[in-house]
Design a protein around this ligand. Structure first.
Ligand code: SF4
Length: 251
């Protein structure tokens, strides 16, 4: 049986997509972004978090039916508030078969996938074709810089972006702004050029850097060693997108 490890289920979420949502955070991610603010989501297995409030195990195994049953109990409230379910992580596509099976069991609930796009094409298609909306991260267009700051090349991410735009599913590009890394005018212009004119693109969201990112690392037994200057002023510049007629907003 396909199961997955979930590290959080956040109810009444208002920042994870339209309306009021229940967000499912799946454990495991093959990237290692310097700025990751969910270190407890990176390893695929449950782990112990030692925080000032005490010790706890993060990560619980669910079958698709178990998770879908929980979500279907909330379906009416989510529908009444024009919301739905958001699958996030970690990287939900690392457990694509599980996510696809959960979605197939849902009772008419709006489904949003929040993804880095780093997945095989079959896994990507298997989940995306069952979704109503996708939040798709684009971090760095330069291949070597992407490898340096996230641990992987961006080839499959850019390939899946092309696949995404050929599918009949609306999507939002999300650009996490990391000072001096992803927020350079050159990188933003390259992203604008890449996404300009893509079918089914709703808009681009520019996400300010989360300065609380480093706080959780010690609790997860990990070291916070950002390869950038956190104190540097952020360059949030929608102009490259506006110049190309791409709808953009600062979140
Ligand atoms: S893709 Fe997301 S979850 Fe994975 S390491 Fe990067 S920021 Fe963290």
């Amino acid at each position: 049986m396909t199961t997955a490890i979930v590290f959080d289920i956040r109810e009444f979420a208002v920042h994870d997509g339209p309306g009021i949502r229940t967000s499912i955070f799946l454990k495991g991610c093959l990237l290692s972004c310097s700025w990751c603010h969910n270190p407890e989501g990176r390893a695929q297995q449950p782990q112990i978090i030692r925080a000032p409030g005490g010790e706890r195990v993060v990560g619980k195994e669910y079958s698709p039916l178990e998770l879908a049953t929980i979500l279907n109990k909330q379906a009416r409230i989510l529908q009444a508030n024009e919301g739905g379910v958001t699958f996030s992580g970690g990287e939900p596509l690392l457990q694509a078969e599980f996510v696809a099976q959960v979605v197939e069991l849902l009772d008419g609930v709006h489904v949003l996938l929040d993804t880095s796009g780093y997945a095989s094409e079959p896994a990507f298609v298997r989940v995306v074709e069952r979704c109503d909306l996708v939040f798709y991260d684009l971090k760095l267009m330069d291949r070597e810089a992407h490898r340096r700051y996230t641990g992987v090349y961006n080839d499959s991410i850019l390939r899946n972006l092309r696949v995404m735009s050929s599918m009949d599913v609306p999507f939002v590009i999300r650009v996490p702004h990391v000072p001096g890394v992803t927020d350079t005018d050159a990188n933003l212009a390259a992203i604008a050029e890449t996404v300009c004119g893509l079918p089914n693109l709703i808009r681009v969201d520019l996400l300010p850097y989360n300065r609380a990112a480093g706080g959780k690392y010690q609790y997860a037994g990990m070291q916070w060693n950002p390869e950038f200057d956190e104190t540097r002023e952020l360059n949030i510049n929608p102009l490259p997108f506006q110049k190309m007629g791409v709808p953009v907003r600062v979140v």
